[in-house]
Design a protein around this ligand. Structure first.
Ligand code: ZN
Length: 100
């Protein structure tokens, strides 16, 4: 006595539900068209950030390979990060040594 409902064949057109709504251009309406060959400030910042990330990753990999670690920036000269090696922090730029 199980109630059985007669299930007819559902149409196979249900799964195509990914609607991609066109974004309104309300926010980007004020952006000028990209016709200039001169890189914008945003382009330059993005390029420098990418370059910085690559360099930071490379320095971290080199430090790991050498068995040292990169510490905070040197407070004496500010030109370099301190390197933690043999139980002490050393600035490769000014030579300042700190024992934590
Ligand atoms: Zn220094």
């Amino acid at each position: 006595m199980t109630p059985r409902t007669h299930s007819g064949r559902a149409s196979g057109h249900i799964r195509g539900t990914n609607r991609q709504r066109e974004t309104d251009s309300s926010q980007s309406a004020r952006l000028p068209p990209k016709t200039s060959v001169v890189p914008t400030l945003a382009d330059r910042v993005e390029r420098l950030e990418r370059q910085h990330r690559r360099l930071a990753n490379t320095v971290a990999a080199l430090a790991r390979h050498a068995g040292i670690s990169v510490g905070p920036p040197c407070t004496a000269c500010g030109d370099c990060y301190l390197l933690f090696e043999h139980g002490r922090l050393r600035c490769p730029a000014c030579g300042r040594v700190e024992i934590p």
